[in-house]
Design a protein around this ligand. Structure first.
Ligand SMILES: Nc1ncnc2c1ncn2[C@@H]1O[C@H](COP(=O)(O)OP(=O)(O)OP(=O)(O)O)[C@@H](O)[C@H]1O
Length: 228
């Protein structure tokens, strides 16, 4: 991220949600984005996820300047490089667990080995025995495991998670956190996670605190060092 600024609205509705933010993340790192409500965390994740464009600044992913891509190229880049996990698993309830996981592969038009890869991921998240169940017949924690598997099916370089434990009880949150950490290490994938649930994550590679749209590295006020 290079001098990223995001301004919403105009005139008296103008909000500077991100203010000249710069930082870098290495491949395979688990990075938490923390900060109080309204500080700019989701805005930042939406920028990194290429779901919205910055007002100013540049975002490089795997060396590519994404801010110069047109809308078509952004969509295909996003499909290939990025995986998403949200607070609510948003599974399609008419489909089976297995079909939900295969869906992003089908959307990307690369069905090759989709079922085998989906089965492997289901095994990795400990849900092999739930494969044929409808997605509305499993628990909240199981749904979030399925969402993690779905976020990984296209082998993204970067997995972006917005409050992945926000809807779960404390014990289930702990399991989901451990699962994400072990998947990140096993697959050498970068995980960027927005969370209000800092304590469940324990040791991670990097914490970025957002305060009033500015980015700081570290999660203790005394450790914080302005990085932008
Ligand atoms: N689409 C939008 N239009 C206008 N203002 C917006 C929009 N999205 C976010 N904002 C404003 O930008 C600022 C940052 O919002 P953002 O959602 O990024 O915060 P957050 O840290 O993710 O908050 P939370 O933890 O509550 O989800 C807030 O002042 C918010 O009201």
């Amino acid at each position: 991220m290079n001098n990223l600024t995001k301004i919403y609205g105009e005139g008296e509705n103008r909000v500077k949600a991100l203010d000249n933010v710069s930082f870098s993340i290495e491949k395979g790192e688990i990075v938490l984005i923390v900060g109080s409500s309204g500080s700019g965390k989701s805005t930042l994740l939406n920028m990194i996820g290429l779901l919205d464009r910055p007002t100013n600044g540049k975002i490089f992913i795997d060396g590519i300047d994404t801010t110069i891509l047109d809308d078509n190229n952004i969509s295909s880049f996003r499909n290939k490089k990025l995986g998403f996990i949200f607070q609510f698993s948003n599974l399609l309830t008419d489909l089976s667990v297995l079909e939900n996981i295969m869906l992003p592969r089908q959307i990307a038009g690369t069905n090759h080995a989709a079922e085998k890869d989906a089965r492997d991921l289901l095994k990795a998240v400990g849900l092999e025995d739930q494969m044929t169940k409808r997605a509305n017949k499993i628990s909240g924690g199981q749904s979030q495991r399925v969402a993690i598997a779905r976020g990984l099916i296209n082998k993204p370089s970067i997995v972006l998670a917005d409050e992945p434990t926000g809807n779960l009880d404390s014990v289930t949150s702990e399991t989901i956190v451990q699962l994400m950490k072990s998947m990140a290490k096993k697959l050498n994938q970068t995980f960027i996670i927005v969370t209000h649930d800092r304590q469940h994550f324990g040791d991670v590679d990097k914490v970025i605190t957002i305060k009033d749209g500015r980015a700081f590295e570290g999660d203790q006020p005394s450790e914080m060092e302005v990085i932008a």
